[in-house]
Design a binder for this molecule. Structure first.
Ligand code: ASP
Ligand code: MG
Length: 403
C-alpha cells in the first residue's frame, strides 16, 4: 500500500471543528487505500501561549523544563485528533516524539534528530492503525524530552517520511502552496505548481516562510517529495521535488523578501590576516547566525565590514563587536535595523546571464538604493531600506513577468 505522511500545522488543527475536518480528511485518505502517518502541531497559538506563560513564571527557565512545557502543546492535538478519528471509525493511536522513537541530541530547544527507531509506528501501521505523532519533539540520548526549534513539526514529518520510506510528505497549512511572491504584497502572485528543493531552500532562507528551512534540507537529502497544500480548501498545492533536468527551467521563479535581519557595520578595521576570522569566530561562539557579509577593498590599510544578523541577535552581535574594538582597533560599531532584503530565486539563473543587471535596473527605476548584495548560483539578494522593500518586490515581480 502507498504510504503518506500528513503534517497538519497549528491553524489546521486550531479548534475542535478544524480537528474534525482533519480527521475527516485522514479517514478519506485511509479509505482510498493509502496508509497514513499523521504529524500534528500544537493547536493555533498554543506554543506561543506556553512560552508566554513560562516568561510570566520565570526569568531563568532551565532549557530542560522549557522543552517539557512546550512539547505539551502537540500532545493535546494528537490525543484530540485520535478521538475525532475514533468517532469516524478509524483506528488511530497517538505517540509522543519519544514514543515514536525520535532520538535527538541533547541540545534543548533546538535539538537535532540523530536516529529514529520507528518500530512502534511500523507495528501500528501493520495493525491497520493510523499513528498520530506529536510534532516538534523527541527524546535525547540522555533520555530527556527535547524540542526541535520553532516550526519543528515540519522536520518531524519529513524525517518520519524518510525513515518509513513514504511516497510523499504532505504539509497541510493555511495557504494553498508556495507563491511567486507574498500574496499580501503582490496580489497577483501565483501558486507555483512545482519547484525544486534548491529553489525551496533559497526561498525558505530568504523569507518564503511556508516551510521550516531544516525540513527542506532534510527532504532534499533523503529524497522525500513534499506537497505543500491547504487544509482549508484541500486543493492540490505546490510539489517540492528533485530538479528534473529534462524540464525547461524558469529563469526567475519567485521574489521573496525578509525584514527580520539587521545590519552591523564595523568601521576602519585593519586590513590584515586574521581580523575577519577573529570577529566571525567570536560571533559564531555566541551562536549568532551571520548571513550577508560585505567587506570593501581597503584604501589606507583599513576597511569597513558590514554583515547581517537576525534582529533578535542584534544586541549580542553589537556587544561582541564592542568587546573586540580595542583588540582589533575598530573605529566604530554601527547597528542599522531599518533594512530589509529582497531576493530573486530561480534554478534557470545558472544558465541565463543578465538577471542581476535587470534586477538592479528595476530597483534603480523605482529609486531604490541597494545597500548590500549577495548571490548564490540560483539567487540574488539585495539589502535595501525597510520602507522600500515591498515596492521593490512588486516591481521585480512585474519586471520578470511572474504574474
Ligand atoms: N508548535 C511548534 C511551534 O509553534 C512547532 C510547529 O508548529 O511546527 O513552533
Ligand atoms: Mg507552526
Amino acid at each position: 500500500m502507498p504510504l503518506l505522511v500528513q503534517k497538519y500545522g497549528g491553524t489546521s488543527v486550531g479548534d475542535p471543528e478544524r480537528i474534525r475536518a482533519v480527521a475527516d480528511h485522514v479517514a478519506r485518505t485511509r479509505r482510498s487505500g493509502v496508509d497514513v502517518v499523521v504529524v500534528v502541531s500544537a493547536m493555533g497559538r498554543t506554543t506561543d501561549d506556553l512560552i508566554r506563560l513560562a516568561d510570566e513564571v520565570s526569568a531563568n527557565q532551565p532549557a530542560r523544563e522549557f522543552d517539557m512545557l512546550v512539547s505539551s502543546g502537540e500532545r493535546i492535538s494528537m490525543a484530540l485528533l485520535c478521538m475525532a478519528l475514533a468517532d469516524l471509525g478509524v483506528e488511530a493511536a497517538s505517540f509522543t516524539g519519544s514514543q515514536a522513537g525520535i532520538i535527538t541530541d541533547t541540545n534543548h530547544t533546538r535539538a537535532k534528530i540523530v536516529e529514529i527507531r520507528a518500530d512502534r509506528l511500523r507495528e501500528a501501521l501493520a495493525a491497520g492503525k493510523v499513528p498520530v505523532v506529536a510534532g516538534f519533539q523527541g527524546v535525547s540520548t540522555a533520555r530527556d524530552v527535547t524540542t526541535l526549534g520553532r516550526g519543528g513539526s515540519d522536520t518531524t514529518a519529513v524525517a518520519l517520511a524518510a525513515v518509513l520510506g513514504a511516497d510523499a510528505c504532505e504539509i497541510y497549512t493555511d495557504v494553498t502552496g508556495v507563491f511567486s511572491a507574498d500574496p499580501r504584497v503582490v496580489p497577483d502572485a501565483h501558486r507555483l505548481p512545482r519547484i525544486s528543493f534548491d529553489e525551496m531552500l533559497e526561498m525558505a532562507a530568504t523569507g518564503g516562510r511556508v516551510l521550516m528551512l531544516r525540513s527542506v534540507e532534510f527532504a532534499r537529502n533523503h529524497h522525500v517529495p513534499l506537497h505543500v497544500r491547504s487544509s482549508f480548501t484541500w486543493e492540490p498545492g505546490t510539489w517540492v521535488v528533485e530538479e528534473d533536468e529534462s524540464m525547461e527551467q524558469a529563469v526567475v521563479t519567485a521574489v521573496t523578501h525578509d525584514a527580520s535581519e539587521a545590519k552591523v557595520t564595523v568601521t576602519d578595521v585593519p586590513d590584515r590576516p586574521g581580523v575577519a576570522a577573529r570577529l566571525f569566530r567570536a560571533l559564531a561562539d555566541r551562536s549568532v547566525n551571520v548571513d550577508m557579509i560585505v567587506q570593501n577593498t581597503s584604501q589606507h590599510g583599513t576597511t569597513d565590514i558590514s554583515f547581517t544578523v537576525p534582529k533578535v541577535d542584534l544586541a549580542t552581535s553589537v556587544s561582541v563587536c564592542e568587546d573586540l574594538r580595542g583588540e582589533l582597533g575598530v573605529a566604530d560599531v554601527v547597528a542599522d535595523e531599518d533594512v530589509a532584503r529582497v531576493s530573486l530565486v530561480g534554478a534557470g539563473m545558472k544558465s541565463h546571464p543578465g538577471v542581476t543587471a535587470t534586477m538592479f535596473e528595476t530597483l534603480a527605476k523605482e529609486g531604490i538604493n541597494i545597500d548590500m548584495i549577495s548571490t548564490s548560483t540560483i539567487r540574488i539578494s539585495c539589502m535595501v531600506r525597510a520602507g522600500e522593500v515591498e515596492k521593490g518586490v512588486r516591481a521585480l515581480h512585474e519586471a520578470f513577468e511572474l504574474s
